[in-house]
Design a binder for this molecule. Sequence first.
Ligand code: SF4
Length: 165
Amino acid sequence: MSSEHSLDAEGKLERIRRLGRSPWVFHVNTGGCNGCDIEIIDTLTPYFDAERFGIKRVSSPKHADILLVTGPVTRQSAATLRNAVDATPDPKLVVAIGSCACGGGIFHDSFTVIGGVDKTVPVDVYVPGCPPKPEALIHGLLLGLGKVEQKVSMRKGSDEAEHTL
Ligand code: SF4
């Protein structure tokens, strides 16, 4: 396991901020149905155009800052995932994309599946959905890079206030 994962979340974020250049992503499918992969392609190609944020796909984890992982982790793919994480230079982010990567999804009880990505390697950002929309993928990436804050609304409180009016 790389030393990067011993850093706390704030320390890792600070190091990513100090990159001073565009973050590059590498995509790993550990056993999904390809639905999430199609959404990643849509996110990185001109229609949703994640490159406007400097996010660019590369063909080797050795060149990447962020790993995008889709699918549940199968017993056969676990070693490949560990190798990809170890090959990615520090600082790095691991983003679990889709319900399968977040927790096993519809494959969670298969005998071939270990579980979500965090059962094999530490995960920094979870983007749920089956599959998640490109907007959710971009939001998750920007959250991981510290470029947007997560907003949690006090919906329950507002609803209660409306009902008392
Ligand atoms: S989350 Fe849904 S779309 Fe993505 S790999 Fe799993 S089953 Fe396929």
